[in-house]
Structures are given as structure tokens and as C-alpha cells.
Design a protein around this ligand. Structure first.
Ligand code: GLN
Length: 546
């Protein structure tokens, strides 16, 4: 029978609830338990797909093509289990489903209310994750902070679940902040007490408190006080200080006895946690044998969470090769204004995914710099578009080559919507058909890519066919592919049977690859990712020889 752990947050946001949740999952997985996770987001958007990355952070794409909250990225990096569209839902999607049923007349004339209709739908979705009791434990993270108006139906739904599933199969964890006040030299427990009081006022008594604090552990007397005032067992008040790397958190939680407490509460018979792989990750981070500087040329740097998976993927490649990765975030608009001088001294250049006109010419200049100076280059999605456009303009001499995303009137639309250059795909690609919605209409999710025999891509992946995740509307225009290949750029990966360009490389360069998909979504600290490992290897070689 599946057990459910519910994780709520209190006091303030951004204290790492997602990392705590994912790390707890990692410790349970390390005990050979089957674990899955759910993130419930209280906002009204149906999914985060249409949100501005600077507001919300990255949109994480699952194998099955769901556009989800970035916490699902943490879940996949900490667990070997893959997430799907079942593992993340919002208030908007819950209401959308209930209202659709109401319109169809399924409720037979009843008045539709938050309790029970919305709360039932929430519970139904939580249970759907472990249909037929596939998992021993499902960990459910509730977005936002206790006290938020929009979070209430979720809290009510999980309150009911204890009654329905029983005390031995449900556990409430509350993540709070215990600040240290310098002037008095004390840890302050009051905000945690208040937050728990707020939870209890809606009928939720936490079983575990994970108390975040800065560099020092919370001393025993403060933990005792918290336990007494919040009615939580003392051993279940866990102190979690800031650590250098998020990948240390499973180890710290295990040292604090959290996974042991959980399995005892659930009466689960299982091994103790084998965290050897996590220790190896942390050791590799602590003892690098080289350092490389990577220029990331993008435009959503006001919130680095916009590039969460990408930043992590670079670090993973560093872990695998014992390389310290120094990422320099270079605003593409700065390059437009001040030129490419800031790209000197960099060991490799990365142009990540993006949308729209702002900063795009700066990205083109960064590609040109990488190509002309033979600096290792990795282009991802928009970074592939930039690479193809730069090549068309500066090597083929097609001076106004562009993507129709920016210039629909270009004489060389080397990047365009598939329907602009071929009518054949109208049915399969919703974004180009009559569906004018912006949400959920891109080419999304995992798709096969066949790699060209003997290419750098094939050598890097050590495979002929790979599966990577997509999130874009525009594609390389096949009408120009022949001319581009004749000029020396190689198409080294293709989607079949659709015959779409997935990867390009320039064989005359030392290391120049771009891909239409997002490899960062499938990288993890323990297993790395071949493309990022190849990129960092090339950066190391460049650093040694330049
Ligand atoms: N803007 C481009 C498109 O929609 C690229 C998207 C991306 O980089 N994810 O095709």
C-alpha cells in the first residue's frame, strides 16, 4: 500500500522546500524503496508553459511533453524515476477539469463547491500517481507558503487524506526557517511556532519539522523548545543548515535521521540508506583537478532559475570530469552594445534556449566569435537557430538570413514554422494548425534523433539513436539544408520519420555542436550527460592549449 508524505512550507518562501523534498526522496530511494513525487502549484495558470521565465524560472519539460514547474527538474536529478504530466498540477488545471465536467452535466445538477469537488479532484490526482500501488512512497510537495489564500484547497485536501488513508500511511512535513539574530546571538524559534500554529488552525499537525538555518546547526535547546511548542517529537525536529552543494542535502538529512524516522512511522521494512553515490558526487565537487570558464550568452539572468537545469547540467559534467565550472553570465544585449570583448578569456561558449527578438543579434555575434576563433561552442534550441543563421549570413553570404520568428519577410528563412516550408506536417504539429493557443502547443517532449555515422555527435553520445526533449515552435528549413551542408556545416542528427534537423556540427572546427532539443533536462549529478561532458572536455582541452 502506498504511503503519502506531504511537504508544506512556512515562514518565508525560497528556503529550499523543493530540494528538501527531492533529497528526502533520494534517501528513500537509497533504501531501495519505490518513490514518486508530486508538485501541486496553487497558481491559476493551467501550467507554467506561458509564464515569463524571469517571474517563474525555467519550465521543465517531461518525457511525455508536459510543461512543468522547475521542482520536477530537482526530482529527476535526485531520483532515477522519471516524472510525467501526472506529477505536477496547478489550481488552474484542477478547476479546468472540474468546470469541463460541470459543463458536460456530469454532476447531475449539484452545486459545485471547493469542498468536496475541488478537494476530491486534488486527491484523485495525488492517488493517480501511484495507481495499483506502484510506489511504496509518494511525496507530495505543496507550492507556496502556509497562509497563502490560494493554497487553502490543497491543504484541505491533504488534511482529508489522513482521515481517508490512515495515520500509518500519511506523514506531514513542514519546512520552516529558524533565523539567527546577530544582535542577540540567538536562534529565533517564534516564526516556526507561528507557522505551525497557522497549520494547526486548519487541522494539520505536522509530524516532522525541517528547520532551515544558516551556517550553524540549530542547538539542542532551541530544537527542544520548537518541539515543545509545536507538539512535534524532538527527534523529528530536523536542523538543516546551508550547505555548499544541494547534492549534500540527502547526506545531511540522513545524518539527522529523517529517513529512519519516516520508515519507522510507516512501519516499512527496508535496508538502511546506501548514499555512496551521493558521497562520490560531493567528493568530486570538493576536489576538482582543473577549472574552466564557460560563457553563457542569454537574457533571462535577472533570475538564474530561468536556466536551472542548464546550470546544473554544466555542474554535472564538472562532477564527472572533476572540473570546476565557472559560468559567466553574459547578457546578449551587452554584446550588441559593446561587442564581443567579454568573450575573450572564455574556454567555451554556450547559447541556450530563448524566445523573441531581444538580444538575438548578440547571440549571433557570440556564435560568430566562437566559429572564427575556434572556441568550443554548444548551441541549444535557439542556440541552434543562431548557429544556422550565423552560418547562412557569414559563410554563405545570405546577408539577411533569419528566423521567421523574428523576420517573416527575410529572403532566406533558414529557420521557420514547418508549415511555412512544408504543408505535410499540418496535422502533427498543433502549433501550426488552427489551434491558436500559446499554451501547450509547441513541439514538446522526448523524440528520437538519429545520429550520422562518424559524426562528432555520434562519437560524443556513443550511440546511433538518442531520445531528447523538445520545447520549440521553429525548425531548420529543409529547403536550405542542401546548400548549408555544401558550405561545410553538417547535419549530424535528424528526427525520423519527420526528417527534421535535430543536430548540426561544423567538422572543420575543434568542437562546434548545436541541438534543437534540450539536453539539460536529462542530465543528472550521478549519471551526467554525454553532450555536456563532451563540451566540458573540449573546454578543458581549449584551456590547456590557449
Ligand atoms: N524561440 C524558438 C522556438 O520557439 C526556440 C525555443 C527555445 O529555445 N526553447 O522555436
Amino acid at each position: 500500500m502506498t504511503r503519502y508524505i506531504f511537504v508544506t512550507g512556512g515562514v518565508v518562501s525560497s528556503i529550499g522546500k523543493g530540494i528538501v523534498t527531492a533529497s528526502l526522496a533520494a534517501t528513500l530511494e537509497a533504501r531501495d524503496l519505490k518513490v514518486s513525487m508530486v508538485k501541486m502549484d496553487p497558481y491559476i495558470n493551467v501550467d507554467p508553459g506561458t509564464m515569463n521565465p524571469i517571474q517563474h524560472g525555467e519550465v521543465f519539460v517531461t518525457e511525455d511533453g508536459a510543461e512543468t514547474d522547475l521542482d520536477l527538474g530537482h526530482y529527476e536529478r535526485f531520483l532515477r524515476n522519471r516524472m510525467s504530466q501526472k506529477n505536477n498540477f496547478t489550481t488552474g488545471s484542477v478547476y479546468e477539469a472540474v468546470i469541463r465536467r460541470e459543463r458536460r452535466g456530469d454532476y447531475l445538477g449539484s452545486t459545485i463547491q471547493v469542498i468536496p469537488h475541488i478537494t476530491d479532484e486534488i486527491q484523485c490526482r495525488i492517488r493517480a500517481v501511484s495507481e495499483n500501488d506502484t510506489y511504496d512512497v509518494v511525496i507530495v510537495e505543496i507550492g507556496g507558503t502556509v497562509g497563502d489564500i490560494e493554497g487553502q484547497p490543497f491543504l484541505e485536501a491533504i488534511r482529508q487524506m489522513r482521515l481517508l488513508e490512515g495515520k500509518e500511511r500519511t506523514l506531514y512535513i513542514h519546512v520552516t526557517l529558524v533565523p539567527f539574530v546577530n544582535s542577540s546571538g540567538e536562534f529565533k524559534t517564534k516564526p516556526t511556532q507561528h507557522s505551525v500554529k497557522e497549520l494547526r488552525s486548519i487541522g494539520l499537525q505536522p509530524d516532522v519539522l525541517v528547520c532551515r538555518c544558516e551556517s550553524q546547526e540549530i542547538p539542542e535547546d532551541a530544537r527542544k523548545k520548537i518541539a515543545l511548542f509545536t507538539n512535534v517529537q524532538e527527534r523529528a525536529v530536523v536542523s538543516l543548515r546551508d550547505v555548499e552543494s544541494i547534492y549534500e542535502v540527502p547526506i545531511v538529512l540522513n545524518q539527522q535521521g529523517l529517513d529512519q524516522f519516516v520508515v519507522e512511522q510507516f512501519n516499512l521494512k527496508c535496508n538502511s540508506a546506501d548514499l555512496g553515490e551521493w558521497r562520490a558526487v560531493v567528493d568530486a565537487l570538493r576536489t576538482p583537478s582543473s577549472t574552466v570558464s564557460i560563457a553563457m550568452v542569454g537574457k533571462y539572468f535577472e533570475l538564474l532559475d530561468s536556466y536551472k537545469s542548464l546550470i546544473e547540467a554544466l555542474l554535472h559534467a564538472g562532477i564527472r570530469s572533476k572540473t570546476q565550472i565557472d559560468i559567466n553570465y553574459i547578457d546578449a544585449e551587452e554584446i550588441e552594445q559593446h561587442g564581443t570583448t567579454m568573450l575573450h578569456q572564455q574556454d567555451a561558449i554556450l547559447v541556450p534556449g530563448g524566445f523573441g527578438e531581444r538580444g538575438f543579434e548578440g547571440k549571433i555575434q557570440a556564435v560568430q566569435f566562437a566559429r572564427e576563433k575556434n572556441v568550443p561552442y554548444l548551441g541549444i534550441c535557439y542556440g541552434l537557430h543562431a548557429a544556422v543563421i550565423e552560418y547562412a549570413r557569414n559563410v554563405l553570404g545570405w546577408y539577411d538570413a533569419h528566423s521567421t520568428e523574428i523576420n517573416p519577410k527575410t529572403s532566406y528563412p533558414v529557420i521557420g514554422l514547418i508549415t511555412e516550408w512544408s504543408g505535410k506536417y499540418k496535422k502533427t504539429h498543433d502549433g501550426n494548425s488552427n489551434n491558436k493557443d500559446l499554451g501547450g502547443t509547441m513541439r514538446l517532449g522526448s523524440q528520437p534523433c538519429y545520429l550520422t555515422e562518424g559524426s562528432l555527435a555520434q562519437r560524443t553520445y556513443q550511440s546511433d539513436v538518442i531520445y531528447e526533449r523538445h520545447r520549440h515552435r521553429y525548425e531548420v528549413n529543409n529547403e536550405f539544408v542542401h546548400a548549408i551542408e555544401n558550405a561545410g556545416m553538417r547535419i549530424c542528427g535528424k528526427h525520423q520519420p519527420d526528417d527534421l534537423v535535430e543536430m548540426i556540427e561544423i567538422p572543420s572546427q575543434d568542437w562546434f555542436i548545436a541541438c534543437q532539443f534540450h539536453p539539460e533536462f536529462t542530465s543528472s549529478p550521478r549519471d551526467g550527460h554525454p553532450l555536456f561532458e563532451g563540451f566540458i572536455h573540449a573546454a578543458n582541452r581549449y584551456a590547456e592549449t590557449n
